[in-house]
Write a protein that binds this ligand. Structure first.
Ligand code: OXK
Ligand code: ADP
Ligand code: MG
Length: 579
């Protein structure tokens, strides 16, 4: 390399001095770190002290989806995490905004969805002395019990490691929620740009494969091979793992019937000949060895015991990345600790050539076909006012010809009946109330499903569930998302005909004159009220064809619906004065 001229030396010195004094700040370092970790979409609601983050994030060509309540933005972020396996990011203001987001962060952690909640916070020196700051709250510690980890960033140079650590924590092992607390002052705090560039990074292999031990695999293989009536039970962990072909291969190579939990529907199509979803009680009660794949024996599975399981203790093979999930409710005969893909493929190798349980599968298929045939009649039976069966039956027919449509589902009767009636054909195409059974997840989930998949979204909500997040229809129209909200409007919580005491309308009723369709029109969307399955079919087909934000207000018989849908047994009723 030849010697440099004086001008070149001068320019080089100037450039070095420039670089030496070039500054960055917390705003930029946070965005650099998020971008480096592949984050493009942030869901949130802006205000003090984070407003500028939203503007700057958009100015970089990234997406900031502004919601009307942080809880719904958080639900969207958590569903984005579930669908993409990258943490969904929610940004909120301090204190009340943080608290609204915390509900969604906690729900994400319960569902095992990777999500990062970033909230601005008040200044430590004032909060720690409880001197009454603006929106004073000890957010870092309040978040801790409700998520996988809670971190605060105190210096600009720590932003890179904090974001990398939050990403790894959210997606590694059992996925879940992470809280990142950023005191207001840090955003504008300047720092050497050169040092800043060096400080941000993406973690290497943040969600590493976790291989099961050979003896654990052998123990599980022996148990399954010795079973007379084995069952494979798929949970949303199996859907999240995105090893769909491996799971389908395990099922087809072994000939074992399977049944999916609600968000695992479609992992293998509901129409698959080995699907026992329509014979649920039978397969749970009569099976002898049950292979749990990313499904917890929690309340949704009657804690693995009692009548649901034929009052016998099953031999459970449990595949889970979380070691201490084993024996959470009942003894697990063959714990298989590892990531689902590694465990499933280890089982496949060990089960190669096993004798298929042909007779058992035949019995399951017969029971399932009989149930489907019985239900098919109810789906087609006209009634003076629509009920859940003929309304959801019409939706089912339309969605059969649109298998790529993302289905979001919440409510009590609207949830339980849609789960039973609407088949899923593809993995991760159904998002619902999840492990906690949360009302109000619908609109946030619909936004994330539309944004992250680009598919049409149909969100079926009970009218009560819709009320929790209904204002987000303005968010849906603002971003012109291809979302069709279908409200199963029976005029009340569970049903709309509960008798009212003399002095007040029943605590379980809504205003029967509510016009949800006009609400949608008021925010610039297309709203339509339907009272028959034929009208519902037409409105849904038109909305899917147009892709325009639509709300279909489906009027359901107020007498349709039972208290708490299929989980009425969880309700408690006073026995005082009962005969
Ligand atoms: C299923 N079934 C079918 C079909 N699919 N029959 C015919 N055709 C098809 N395609 C049968 C299945 O075999 C069962 O019948 C029955 O329908 C119900 O199936 P399923 O899968 O829904 O099973 P079940 O028993 O309801 O499952 C229990 C459960 C589920 C707890 C996992 O109910 C659930 O996920 N509930 C979530 C409730 C919730 O989160 N609610 C939130 C709002 S309530 P049999 O004959 O085989 O049994 C609330 O907030 O407060 O009240 C509040
Ligand atoms: P469902 O409600 O559908 O039965 P759950 O949410 O109860 O499903 O269970 C999901 C389980 O899957 C959790 O225990 C979680 O630890 C586990 N899990 C999630 N992702 C993976 C993975 N990649 N590998 C193994 N286990 C996983
Ligand atoms: Mg209702």
């Amino acid at each position: 390399m030849g010697s440099m001229s004086n001008n070149q030396v001068g320019a080089a010195v100037e450039e070095l001095q420039g670089r030496a004094t070039e500054l960055t700040d917390g705003f930029h370092l946070l965005m650099d770190a998020l971008e480096l970790n592949g984050i493009k979409n942030i869901y949130g609601l802006l205000g003090i002290p984070v407003t500028e983050v939203g503007r700057m994030w958009q100015a970089r060509g990234n997406n900031f989806f502004s919601f009307r309540n942080e809880q719904n933005a958080g639900y969207a972020a958590s569903v984005a995490g579930y669908l993409t396996k990258k943490p969904g990011v929610c940004l909120t203001v301090s204190a009340p905004g943080f608290l609204n987001g915390l509900t969604a962060l906690s729900n994400a952690t319960t569902n095992c969805f990777p999500m990062i909640l970033i909230s601005g916070s008040s200044e430590r020196e004032i909060v720690d002395l409880q001197q009454g700051d603006y929106e004073e709250m000890d957010q870092l510690n309040i978040a801790r019990p409700f998520c996988k980890a809670s971190f605060r960033i105190n210096r600009p140079e720590d932003i890179g490691v904090a974001v990398a650590r939050a990403v790894r924590t959210a997606v590694s092992g059992r996925p879940g929620g992470v809280y990142l607390d950023i005191p207001a002052r840090l955003f504008a705090q300047t720092f050497s740009a050169e040092e800043g560039r060096k400080s941000v990074f993406a973690p290497i292999d943040p969600a590493p494969a976790q291989i099961p031990a050979a003896e654990a695999v052998k123990r599980a293989v022996d148990l399954i091979k010795g079973a007379k009536k084995p069952l494979i039970l798929l949970g949303k962990g199996a859907a999240y793992a995105q090893c769909d072909n491996d799971i389908k291969a395990l099922i087809e190579e072994t000939g074992i019937p399977f049944t999916p939990m609600s968000m695992a529907k479609g992992l293998v199509s509901d129409t698959h000949p080995q699907c026992g979803a329509a014979a649920r009680s039978m397969v749970l009660q009569e099976s002898d060895v049950v292979v749990l794949v990313g499904a917890r024996l929690n309340w949704l599975l009657a804690h693995g015991k009692g009548k649901t399981w034929g009052n016998t203790l099953k031999k459970f093979v449990q595949i889970d990345i979380q070691a201490n999930e084993m024996d959470s409710n009942v003894p697990i005969a063959a714990p298989l600790v590892g990531d689902i893909q590694s465990c499933v493929n280890a089982l496949r190798a060990g089960l190669k050539g096993m004798t298929k349980p042909v007779e058992w599968l035949k019995a399951v298929s017969e029971k399932a076909s009989a149930s489907r045939a019985k239900l098919a009649i109810k789906l087609k039976t006209p009634t003076p006012a629509m009920n859940y069966f003929n309304s959801l039956g019409a939706i089912r027919e339309v969605l059969q010809t649109h298998p790529n449509t993302m289905l979001v589902n919440e409510g009590a009767n609207a949830l339980d009946n849609a789960r039973m009636i609407i088949d899923q054909y593809l993995p991760r195409h159904r998002v619902d109330t999840g492990t906690w059974g949360v009302m109000g997840v619908g609109m946030g989930s619909a936004v994330a499903a539309a944004v992250e998949t680009g598919e049409r979204v149909v969100a079926i909500s009970g009218d009560s569930a819709f009320g929790f997040s209904g204002m987000e229809i303005e968010t849906i129209t603002r971003y012109n998302l291809p979302v069709t909200v279908i409200i199963m409007n029976n005029g009340g919580v569970y049903r709309g005909d509960e008798p009212s005491p003399k002095h007040q309308i029943s605590c379980m009723q809504f205003n029967p004159n509510t016009r949800y369709d006009l609400l949608m029109q008021a925010v610039g969307g297309y709203g339509v009220r339907v009272t028959t399955p034929e009208e519902l079919t037409k409105a849904l087909e038109e909305s899917l064809a147009s892709g325009r934000p639509t709300l279909i207000d489906a009027i359901i018989d107020p007498a349709a619906g039972v208290e708490s849908g299929r989980i009425g047994n969880l309700n408690v009723v006073s026995q005082i004065g009962k005969k």
